[in-house]
Design a protein around this ligand. Structure first.
Ligand code: BGP
Length: 476
């Protein structure tokens, strides 16, 4: 048996991932309109509030804080931050464009030139440092007006508005940006995530209708991208949680499989394979779900599938049929505790081998190149008086996940071409809306109440990740 060369592929895209609404700040500068993220308060009740019809989706600074309004001020500090990414040796930087910087109300006739100018500057700065941008078109920030005036993604008109937006940014950047993603974590829409489908307390029928619109919108964007530049690669993006059955009872395994396909596979099946899977059609029939599908929609979905599949991976999930096990994991996936794994302070179970399993399952199922577009450990970092942060826990988490990616590539034959750990610089958390849940290699001096200098400090993980990249993953 010849020895397998244990390294990452040449030109592997090492980098980091962010989203506009979680780091830019400048929420109302230079003509930007409000998005759903701008009216989402920080704090532990964030998700509960957003689900409640009593919360009016308006900014109320007397009652709530909105840390993302300032973010980490990337809007004004992007040069300094990009220089730090370059120092780590990033090959790619995953960022999103805020739709409402370009179309403040989502339905405007003409784009806001100042918004485009900002992204011109960011993209040029990245290219200056030989960092390839990866752009997410929609990362949890639908323009607010599209919720208030149109009811969010269940409204077909959003497909048209998104098409105009996608065409605008693709025309502007197709010669500079090769890697694109359409909707961030699109599969969170299956459960009706507000950030994803921009609707509250929607019915299952409405959620699937909204998703149908996003599938069509994504295919239209892919079509435009390929027509403008055949070298562009457009990917889908979903959250992936490796699923385990709690026990070997066939009923438990069946329950796990059912959860697995609707959570992990449904959106990918459509966006990669180009059609609604038979299990979904059958699910719709059993649940009285009738989608409004226009002539031409299914052809678009079929003809404009994605070029690669990207996914976020933070944890795995254990499915049990025992009512006493429901929702005890403490994380948003529900599930029960896995006795073999430790969890983060937020109950997200740390499972590096689960990433290897995920990569294998996805590659065997789809056979398209894979991009791990988010991964990482949310933790509370405690700097000393000189802002030294020894985040060994973060290094340990990432090191183990990188080691499993290497095995997936070299031992399981997976075509993995990019890895962008989440929140490579500390930013506002999506689930808590606060700063204190940090992921970065770079510490930002800012607390949950908005106090701090916003100065940037390199954590211990900064140099560690720099070595990982310099050695192409050998020095994990
Ligand atoms: C993903 C989102 C990101 C991000 C990350 C970490 O679900 O795509 O936007 O924030 O999770 O989550 P959190 O910030 O809640 O820890």
């Amino acid at each position: 048996m010849t020895e397998v060369k244990r390294t990452f592929p040449e030109n592997f895209l090492w980098g980091g991932a962010t989203a506009a609404n979680q780091l830019e700040g400048a929420y109302n500068e230079d003509g930007k309109g409000l998005t759903i993220a701008d009216v989402s308060p920080g704090g532990k009740d964030r998700m509960k509030l957003l689900r409640s019809e009593d919360y009016p989706l308006e900014i109320d600074t007397d009652k709530y804080t909105y840390p993302n309004h300032k973010g980490i001020d990337f809007y004004h500090r992007y040069k300094e931050d990009i220089a730090l990414f370059a120092e780590m040796g990033f090959k790619t930087f995953r960022m999103s464009i805020s739709w409402a910087r370009i179309f403040p109300n989502g339905d405007d006739q003409a784009p806001n030139e100042a918004g485009l100018q900002f992204y011109d500057n960011v993209i040029d700065e990245l290219l200056k440092h030989n960092i390839e941008p990866t752009i997410t078109m929609s990362h949890y920030e639908t323009p607010l007006n599209l919720v208030k005036a149109y009811g969010g993604w269940k409204n077909r008109k959003l497909v048209d508005f998104f098409e105009v937006y996608a065409r605008t940014i693709l025309e502007r950047y197709h010669h500079k940006v090769k890697y694109w993603m359409t909707f961030n974590e699109i599969n969170t829409g299956v459960g009706g995530s507000f950030f994803s489908v921009a609707m509250r307390n929607a019915t299952e029928q409405e959620n699937f209708q909204a998703l149908h619109h996003q599938f069509v919108a994504s295919s239209i964007a892919t079509k435009i991208a390929h027509e403008l530049n055949p070298n562009i690669k457009v990917g889908c993006m979903s959250i992936y949680a490796t699923m385990y059955a709690y026990d070997s009872n066939p009923q438990t395994v069946l329950a796990m499989k059912e959860r697995n396909r609707m959570f992990n596979y449904f959106c990918n099946d459509i966006q990669v394979r180009g059609e609604y899977p038979s299990y979904a059609i059958s699910y719709f029939k059993q649940h009285g779900i009738e989608l409004d599908i226009l002539p031409g929609d299914l052809d678009l979905i079929k003809n404009y599938t994605v070029d690669y599949l990207s996914f976020s991976y933070y944890m795995s999930s254990v499915i049990s049929t025992d009512p006493n096990h429901q929702g005890v994991s403490g994380n948003f996936l529900g599930g029960t505790r896995n006795p073999f794994l430790e969890a983060s302070d937020w109950g997200w179970e740390i499972d590096p081998v689960g990433l290897r399993i995920a990569l294998g399952d996805l590659y065997e199922r789809y056979g398209v190149p894979l991009y791990v577009s988010e991964n990482g450990l949310g933790a509370i970092d405690t700097p000393d008086a000189n802002f030294v942060i020894n985040d060994d826990y973060r290094i340990d988490y990432l090191r183990k996940h990188i080691a499993e990616m290497e095995k997936a590539i070299n031992l399981d034959g997976v075509d993995l071409f990019a890895y962008t750990p989440w929140g490579c610089i500390d930013l506002v958390s999506a689930s808590t809306g606060e700063m204190s849940k940090r992921y970065g290699f770079i510490y930002v001096d800012l607390d949950d109440d908005g106090n701090g200098t916003m100065n940037r400090y390199k954590k211990k993980s900064f140099n560690w990740y720099k070595n990982v990249i310099a050695s192409n993953g050998l020095d994990e």
